[in-house]
Design a protein around this ligand. Structure first.
Ligand SMILES: *Cc1c(COP(=O)(O)O)cnc(C)c1O
Length: 425
């Protein structure tokens, strides 16, 4: 039976059989038992599917991955121990030393560093492009060794909306997949595969969990990219893998080639799996994702409109505001709402902005973002402090930017807290 997103949030991934627990159990076990040596050998020869070691597969992790896969509409999903690991695996699965890829420059600070610094050490080069450049200028950055294009549906912390359809077309014209980090929108508000994106990543640490209890990530494969059509570009998928019984992923696994390679090669060798306990917590969050997201958006819309009218506020960036630079793109990709994160700047000095944050009552200063509790952060002095002012601006982060992550409390209380803190500035 075909189910809607709300039902998938609650029900997908775990379908107990007779006498089994109604609630997804935590299989907190590294290993799984078999009756005979022959049975175990068949698993290692890939002649039979089955659990044997949690680094490769675990029933709790698999159930939650399968729920996220259903929400995004993919052919396969893998959970990782963090969003950082998810973005690393998503790119490293098709890029090796000597390869190149292109990314939007308005992305999360951690991803910016991963791509610009750490991947460089592995011999993978990345070009940062401004999504506002015209097609011709961005297309000039594609090289024969370019292997993918990367962007964030809604950028953290700037709140810029990525034109998924435009960049999917551009990537495909150059024979490479589009990877989109869909963390802030979640599949409740945007499903990037419907716009031509090929691979979706998540930091499940944020709205998916929603309660700030676990750090996790996910990679979802649409199964739509035709690796064999560009076989010479993606030898890791289209030629035999000697470390894996000499099989060729596209031949053996078809539409699931990419995601199978990610598990059986990268996860096997690098091992960034989530603990089953964390996947259990993530699943509890997912069960209410469809209730929380609309409330985050409703509250954020009201707060953004209030900020916009406030004389102490210099500027507000929230794509739900009419007249916002990203309003039209948001109407296209996020018609039901974007997320609860607002970026704004206060008039006056940096010290005054700090005084404002210090005077907040229940709105807390935390590194976290996108959970049930309203919080603030000043990226230039917190998350992004490793970036120079120039890099900050390049990443769409103004030095005076305050990131306000609007929670699901009573909205009058949220506004009252902001108001009393501004009065004390
Ligand atoms: C937080 C975040 C990440 C990194 O995720 P972690 O779970 O903190 O490792 C990646 N992308 C986006 C958009 C994020 O907000």
């Amino acid at each position: 039976m075909k189910k809607n997103l709300e039902t998938l949030c609650v029900q997908a991934g775990w379908t107990p059989k007779k006498g089994e627990p109604r609630v997804l159990p935590i299989y907190q076990s590294t290993t799984f038992k078999y009756e005979t040596s022959e049975q175990m050998a068949r698993l290692f020869d890939l002649e039979e599917a089955g659990y044997f070691y949690t680094r490769l597969a675990n029933p709790t992790n698999d159930a939650v991955a399968s729920k996220i896969n259903a929400l995004e509409g993919g052919v396969g999903c893998v959970l990782t121990s963090s969003g950082q690991a998810a973005n690393f695996y998503a790119v490293f699965n098709i890029c090796g030393a000597g390869d190149h890829f292109i990314t939007s420059n308005t992305i999360y600070g951690g991803t910016y560093n991963l791509f610009g610094v750490t991947l460089k050490k592995l011999g993978i080069e990345c070009t940062f492009v401004d999504p506002e450049w015209d097609d011709e200028r961005i297309e000039a950055e594609f090289r024969p060794n370019t292997k993918c294009f990367f962007g964030e549906t809604i950028s953290n912390p700037g709140g810029n909306v990525f034109d998924i359809e435009r960049f999917a077309k551009m990537a495909h014209k150059h024979g490479v997949p589009l990877i989109v980090d869909n963390t802030f929108a979640t599949p409740i508000n945007c499903r990037p595969f419907e716009w031509g994106c090929d691979i979706v990543t998540h930091s499940t640490t944020k709205y998916m969990d929603g309660h700030a209890t676990q750090v996790g990530g996910a990679v979802v494969d649409s199964g739509n990219f035709d690796w064999d059509a560009y076989a010479e570009k993606f030898p890791g998928l289209t030629t035999p893998d000697e470390s894996y019984h000499g099989l060729t992923y596209t031949k053996t696994f078809g539409k699931q080639a990419y995601i199978t390679k990610l598990v059986s090669q990268l996860m096997r060798d690098l091992g960034s799996i989530p603990a089953p306990q964390n996947s259990f917590l993530l699943n509890l969050g997912l069960e209410t994702l469809h209730l929380r997201m609309p409330r985050h958006c409703e509250n954020a819309q009201r707060v953004a409109e209030w900020l916009e009218k406030n004389e102490k506020v210099a500027w507000v960036n929230y794509c739900g505001l009419k007249g916002n630079k990203y309003y039209d793109l948001a109407q296209k990709y996020l018609p039901n709402g974007s997320c609860g994160v607002i970026a704004f700047g206060l008039k006056g000095s940096k010290e005054e902005a700090i005084r404002f944050m210090d005077n907040l009552d229940f709105i807390a200063i935390v590194t976290h973002v996108a959970d049930a509790r309203t919080c603030v952060l000043h990226p230039a002095s917190h998350t992004h402090r490793q970036l120079s002012d120039e890099q900050l601006l390049e990443a769409g982060v103004r030095p005076d930017l305050i990131r306000l992550s609007v929670g699901i409390e009573n909205c009058d209380d949220i506004i009252a807290d902001l108001e009393q803190a501004m009065k004390k500035m």
